[in-house]
Unconditional design. Structure first.
Length: 479
């Protein structure tokens, strides 16, 4: 009998043990939090305990109550950006134990995701260099007071994960080697243009499909099997659907972001017929999960590369279509950011320009700085006069660049055979580009850079941003 009473006493003793405040790693010292927002914090404390949060920028105390499992969630108001380090203190009022975070900056926070060209770090990949990558690494410590990174490790899971093993880091010669090169240049450009700190949460996984970043319900709506045996039968580990969403996006989806930058699509080349709707639905899913409305979603056109199929331009076409149709989105072109010798390199070295074009897009569309050109010329119309096709464009904030010997145009007649244009000139009065080929008596269709891979003297608009690849035809069988 004494043993029974002793066991009962021990049970009540241990069931009343106080739990320390536990925060997910994404909520930690050295982080950047979104300015002028209701920033979301969550974690675990003693079950049913009251949790108090105090911050250095406000005398107000913020309170919430943990549920029966000890989970708590609350929002805290932030002020305008500051480079002055701030602190946040979480206190479990049931036992007065606290966790204090320090060296926090208030500024702009962006989520960077996609596949390998977003993941590609400043140090590069084996056999694939980043232009001036090690120079950036050497001097990255100079940005420690304005740029911070949280890099989600590569991981798969069949279940929705609650946390990831990572931490916020300050740029240095030791830490920045692993920073996404595109996101790094994006953050630097944004920070200097806006004059405020920028935080990047990087969750990119090389080779992933758009379906890799969709949840179980959405995949099944698209008729995609989510059975474990079907997922496991995929040849390449990186092309497994669903699992990165569960393990890399879901644990960080509650953090408070300004927007998303996205560089993905190479693994979906050849599947452009389904990519259009799936990308649109993935954007809607992420916005719904993040729960901050139609936050900006800015994309990067897939890299020029000899895919060997001729299907890449059709996927680029779909990317631009999504950017035009989805509210508060945009697409930067990469058609000129490749060298001839990179035909068989899926990871072009010029990442600085990609990051800065994304920054210009955000500065224009999100921050109202219209001085920055947000996109290149896009196809508007074709007018045929005798043996010449006159191509008109939209997005001509500063007109067409007066380069001559423009390359990349092809012309076809009714036989659907395309020939390189041997004459290209600009009609300044109407901002049309005149295109013709001696082999085509009457043009029926024109294509521009509509290839897997192309280098040459391209057509530019303002801000030295090239025209987006396009076609005037609908001949899906002609590659």
């Amino acid at each position: 009998m004494k043993k029974i009473f002793l066991l009962i006493a021990l049970f009540f003793c241990f069931s009343g043990v106080k739990a320390e405040i536990k925060l997910p790693k994404i909520i930690g010292s050295d982080m950047v939090i979104q300015q002028n927002a209701d920033v979301r914090f969550w974690g675990k404390a003693t079950k049913n305990a009251k949790v108090e949060v105090s911050v250095s920028w406000d005398s107000q105390k913020f309170n919430t109550q943990a549920d029966k499992d000890g989970k708590f969630f609350l929002t805290v108001n932030t002020k305008n950006f500051t480079f002055e380090p701030q602190t946040i203190k979480f206190t479990d009022l049931s036992d007065k134990k606290s966790v204090e975070l320090s060296n926090i900056l208030i500024g702009e926070v962006w989520l960077a995701s996609g596949q390998s060209n977003m993941q590609m770090p400043l140090k590069g990949f084996p056999g694939c260099n980043i232009e001036d990558g090690f120079e950036e690494i050497m001097f990255s410590g100079s940005q420690a007071d304005r740029v911070r990174f949280f890099t989600v490790p590569l991981k798969h899971s069949y279940n929705l994960e609650e946390a990831v093993e990572a931490e916020w880091t300050l740029p240095s010669a030791k830490t920045s080697t692993e920073y996404s090169a595109v996101a790094w240049h994006y953050a630097k450009a944004l920070s200097y243009a806006l004059g405020c700190p920028v935080g990047i949460v990087s969750a990119a996984y090389g080779g992933t499909l758009v379906e890799s970043w969709m949840n179980k319900q959405l995949l099944e709506q698209h008729g995609v099997s989510t059975k474990k045996e079907d997922i496991e039968n995929v040849e390449w580990e990186y092309e497994k659907i669903l699992l990165p969403y569960n393990a890399m996006f879901w644990p960080i989806h509650q953090f408070t972001y300004k927007g998303v930058i996205w560089y993905q699509g190479c693994s979906n080349v050849g599947k452009h017929q389904t990519y259009y709707q799936r990308l649109k639905d993935m954007i809607s899913l992420w916005r719904s999960d993040i729960g901050l409305g139609d936050i900006p979603f800015f994309m990067v056109e897939i890299a020029p590369y000899d895919y060997g199929s001729g299907d890449a331009p059709f996927l680029r076409e779909v990317q631009l279509k999504v950017a035009k149709e989805v509210k508060n989105s945009g697409l930067v072109t990469t058609s000129d950011l490749v060298l001839p010798q990179e035909r068989h390199n899926i990871h072009p070295r010029q990442k600085k320009a990609v990051g800065q074009r994304l920054a210009a897009l955000a500065l224009n569309k999100t921050y109202g700085m219209e001085t920055f050109i947000s996109s290149g010329p896009t196809f508007k119309e074709m007018i045929v006069e005798k043996n010449e096709a006159f191509i008109g464009f939209d997005n001509l904030q500063m007109g067409l660049c007066s380069n001559y010997m423009i390359e990349g145009f092809e012309v076809a007649g009714e036989d659907k055979k395309f020939y390189p244009a041997d004459k290209v000139w600009l009609r300044w009065q109407t901002n049309h580009v005149a295109v013709s080929s001696e082999k085509v008596e009457k043009p029926v269709a024109v294509r521009y850079c509509f290839k897997d891979f192309y280098t040459g003297k391209l057509l530019y608009g303002g801000g030295m941003i090239p025209a987006y690849p396009f076609r005037t035809d609908n001949w899906d069988d002609v590659k």
